[in-house]
Design a protein around this ligand. Structure first.
Ligand SMILES: *[C@@H]1O[C@H](CO)[C@@H](O)[C@H](O)[C@H]1NC(C)=O
Ligand SMILES: *[C@@H]1O[C@H](CO)[C@@H](O)[C@H](O)[C@H]1NC(C)=O
Ligand SMILES: *[C@@H]1O[C@H](CO)[C@@H](O)[C@H](O)[C@H]1NC(C)=O
Ligand SMILES: *[C@@H]1O[C@H](CO)[C@@H](O)[C@H](O)[C@H]1NC(C)=O
Ligand SMILES: *[C@@H]1O[C@H](CO)[C@@H](O)[C@H](O)[C@H]1NC(C)=O
Length: 399
């Protein structure tokens, strides 16, 4: 249809505003009584998050060519500002802080390699981000599914969806190549103690390796340590507790499992199973898993839903549905375990971890009954009161 004079300019304007609306589509909206905050700055889908080990920052990366660094101390404020690092001519699919929080590493979507960004503190409290001149050499032949930096700062891990896991030094030299023999890797991670690298994939086990260094800090070898055996189908994902003494896993067999991995594998001790819970959704689709630092709460995500389980009782405590406009791409507790963060679309959503507070209440009530000294009783009572206060302030105290 041909428009005349005035109409034409009007429709041009309309088209322009339509184009703007197209570029900035409506954000998915979500409300819940336990939603603590929504972090919005990215203009593309967020694929990965990482909390710094000092607990101060959250890093996110998206396909909008930026990495954002958020301050965890304003999570409960009305405004959430972020600092932006640009990923020139590419975008990051994975991001991890260095243990000293003076750098972060990203996996480049198009570059298919690892880039290091230095973080320099500015006088105004912000950071200047500078990419180091040389990216790591390209070594992987299949898409990379996870990266990590050991908390000791001694090595970097990259894992791809074939059966390869690479162990690098910080200069970008490969120290060791692990063949997981799992047909396809679906997840891999470094333990918080930095001693182990674990992987899961098409086979029904989680394999754990030890990355060994000499007394002088020189790399020696990677050796098989132990396995988590008990699932009857492929394992989608797993996680370590913050002290590396427990692990959780979720499998296509429709269950999740919690394991005690505090064993001397060199003396042929095997990890043992503490709990199995049902999660039927896992039998039909890929899912994500996060374990609270104290192991009390397990978060499982399928599609756009999140389910929280009490690991001691094995029961489901909360369920959040349609949290994001796209499938959930990452799920993580903050280092205190007070919040659970999820991402998938352009926002990060933060939830109050009420099942975590409730688990502390249950644990303290049990311990109080057995407390033998007055000082122990006082300490337990204090923790109990704190957890009850937290629940009361969230309107979630159950009688
Ligand atoms: C042109 O504009 C006039 C008045 O603004 C309107 O009556 C007429 O239908 C328009 N013609 C077309 C082809 O849109
Ligand atoms: C986010 O991802 C979905 C599906 O992968 C895609 O349809 C959508 O266009 C993406 N949005 C942006 C803003 O990139
Ligand atoms: C599984 O691994 C093979 C190579 O071993 C690779 O070609 C394929 O892309 C992988 N599949 C997935 C889903 O990543
Ligand atoms: C995830 O599981 C819940 C049931 O617990 C279901 O309602 C929801 O549709 C599932 N999500 C997807 C994307 O399948
Ligand atoms: C693990 O997390 C708990 C709860 O946040 C904390 O009290 C404990 O100190 C942490 N332990 C380690 C080894 O980081």
């Amino acid at each position: 249809q041909k428009a005349n004079g005035t109409k034409k300019s009007g429709s041009k304007k309309q088209k322009q505003s339509q184009r703007i609306r197209k570029e900035k589509p409506q954000q998915h909206s979500f409300t819940h009584r336990l939603l603590a905050a929504a972090l919005k700055s990215h203009s593309g889908n967020i694929s990965c998050m990482d909390f710094s080990s000092n607990g101060k920052y959250l890093a996110t990366c998206a396909d909008d060519r930026t990495v954002r660094i958020w301050s965890t101390k304003d999570f409960l404020q009305r405004e959430h500002r972020s600092m932006r690092a640009n990923v020139e001519l590419d975008h990051a699919t994975l991001v991890r802080f260095s243990p000293d929080c003076r750098a972060f590493i990203v996996w480049l979507a198009n570059g298919d390699t690892l880039r290091v960004f230095k973080m320099t503190k500015r006088e105004d409290g912000g950071f200047t981000f500078t990419a180091t001149p040389e990216d790591f050499p390209k070594k992987h032949k299949a898409p990379v599914i996870n990266i990590g930096i050991a908390d000791t700062g001694k090595f970097i891990m990259t894992a791809s969806s074939d059966t390869t896991v690479l162990i690098w030094n910080l200069k970008g030299q490969v120290l060791s190549t692990i063949n997981t023999n799992q047909m396809n890797n679906t997840y891999a991670a470094i333990s918080p103690c930095s001693r182990f690298v674990a992987t899961c994939g098409f086979t029904p086990d989680v394999k754990v390796w030890e990355v060994c260094f000499g007394k002088k800090g020189d790399f020696q070898e990677v050796v098989r340590a132990f396995e988590l055996k008990g699932h009857t189908a492929a394992v989608h994902s797993f996680a370590f507790s913050n002290d590396s003494r427990r692990m959780a896993s979720v499998s296509k067999d429709g269950t999740w499992k919690l394991w005690d991995t505090d064993v001397e594998y060199k003396k042929q001790q095997d990890p043992y199973l503490l709990r199995t819970g049902r999660f039927e959704e896992a039998s039909t689709m890929q899912c994500r898993l996060a374990l609270s630092p104290d192991t009390h709460v397990l978060a499982l995500a399928n599609g756009t839903s999140i389910h929280l389980y009490n690991t001691r009782r094995g029961e489901k405590e909360e369920c959040f549905e349609q949290v994001h406009g796209e499938c959930i791409t990452d799920l993580s507790f903050d280092i205190t375990g007070r919040f659970l963060a999820s991402c998938g679309d352009r926002a990060v959503r933060l939830f109050h971890n009420t099942p975590g507070h409730r688990a502390v209440v249950e644990e303290m009530q049990g311990l109080l009954k057995r407390a033998s000294t007055e000082s122990t009783r006082q300490r337990l009572q204090q923790q109990l009161t704190q957890a009850q206060e937290a629940l009361r302030s969230l309107g979630a105290l159950k009688k």
